[in-house]
Write a protein of this length. Sequence first.
Length: 173
Amino acid sequence: MQTAFGRRTTGGEIARDTAAGSSTGPGYRPLTRVALLPLRPDGRIALLRRPDGPHRGRPDLVGGRLEPAEWLAAAAHREAREALGIQVAERDVEFSGLLHYRGEHGAGRLCVVFTTQHWSGSPGNAVPGRRDEVVWADPGGPPADTLPPARAVLDQYVAGTLTLPPADPGNGP
């Protein structure tokens, strides 16, 4: 029998689904991403261009994987500090929604989105080796080369449908 995380064996255990690329325990793979949309007073949000790999130069959201034993809001604070070099007070991070999508290799992903309009420090590229530059973009019209998951988050954020599942998730956002 097939389950969401793998196939169930006759003994009731869930077998590791190696086709889906499981890496830690039976049927488990960290699939949660946390994104933070820092909003300036003019309504623009910060995106970061990637410096290398297959997505070189393409804008992406400020965010990353949820670390083991990390709370979602704590991950948003960490990403703000690590990626942009800014400090965001706990009261200034607001949950905005969820996006469930398929990554480029077909694995299910969940992106938990937070916004903030207040921070201390000057947003900049805090990790020059991992990111090229900060791009302040209109969330309703991001650069044409924005990565598809980031574009899906922004499209649904602007439409006010971020917490709703897409009508047809298909193979990508």
